[in-house]
Design a protein around this ligand. Structure first.
Ligand code: SAM
Length: 243
């Protein structure tokens, strides 16, 4: 990964993000993180970037000509990013595997929507991907872009102080895709709350086995929780439908 470009109504929001240690480390090591404001290149007067939806309905929609103008201004005839990602609640669910996929790309653009959303022709014609950070609706794509950029940047060599910390963490191959095991630090006893004995035993093989078991147990509990939530959701929808 060499370049991440973020297209947004609020480029200044990313000043804070850029100030984070791991992001600064990655930039020092050659990552370019650039921001582009939709209003800076809009072909419309008065900084307009949105319009009312065809077919009626509430809210405004980010225009396709505004997005196209921003991409043309940024890239012109130059090499376009290898991935142009529209942040959208209905997109492919972002996960650790997708973060690794993006981290392996040389150049990724992240397009942040606002308002009621983005003209569908952006997704159809200009974007290579649509990505969702979860099944809920944010007010804009900026926080989603930061989530994606953060997870991707963690994967770049040198971004984290300790290279190993990204190897065996939640959802990594090293843990078979399961969540990470629990961590403890000093003091060994606090208000009667004990650190598990095995972690203080010096038995490396014992520690390794304990961590693997804990990680698997967390995966099992998370799967159970998802199944329970899905069942509740089905019941709620069925009741709402029959009411
Ligand atoms: N009307 C849209 C819908 O119901 O799907 C929601 C639009 S949302 C208020 C405005 C923008 O926020 C979207 O265009 C998208 O860029 C961003 N956004 C909101 N939730 C998101 C999510 N879960 N993942 C990624 N982007 C999201």
């Amino acid at each position: 990964m060499k370049t991440i470009d973020v297209f947004t109504l609020f480029p200044e929001w990313f000043d804070w993000f850029r100030g984070q240690r791991h992001v600064a480390n990655a930039e020092r090591d050659g990552l370019e993180l650039r921001t582009f404001g939709w209003r800076e290149t809009t072909p419309l007067t008065g900084g307009q970037v949105d319009d009312a939806p065809y077919g009626g309905g509430a809210g405004m929609v980010l225009r396709v000509d505004v997005v196209d103008a921003a991409l043309r201004a940024a890239y012109g005839e130059a090499r376009a990013p290898t991935r142009v990602v529209l942040l959208a609640p209905s997109g492919r669910q972002f996960d650790e595997r997708l973060a690794s996929e993006l981290a392996a790309e040389p150049h990724v653009a992240l397009l942040c929507g606002r308002y009621e959303g983005v003209d569908e022709r952006v997704r159809e014609r200009l974007a290579t991907d649509a990505i969702s950070i979860g099944p809920y609706v944010l007010s804009g794509g900026e926080l989603a872009a930061m989530v994606v950029a953060d997870a991707v940047i963690r994967k770049l060599p040198g971004a984290l102080g300790h290279a190993e910390s990204a190897l065996e963490e939640s959802f990594s191959d090293a843990l078979g895709g399961a969540p990470e095991y629990p961590h403890y630090t000093r003091p060994p006893t606090y208000r009667g709350w004990e650190v598990p004995e095995v972690l203080r035993s010096g038995d490396h093989e014992g520690v390794r086995r304990w961590r693997l078991e804990q990680s698997r147990e967390r995966a099992r509990r998370a799967a159970e929780e998802r199944e329970r939530a899905a069942a509740e959701d089905r019941t709620r929808r069925a009741e709402a439908g029959s009411g």
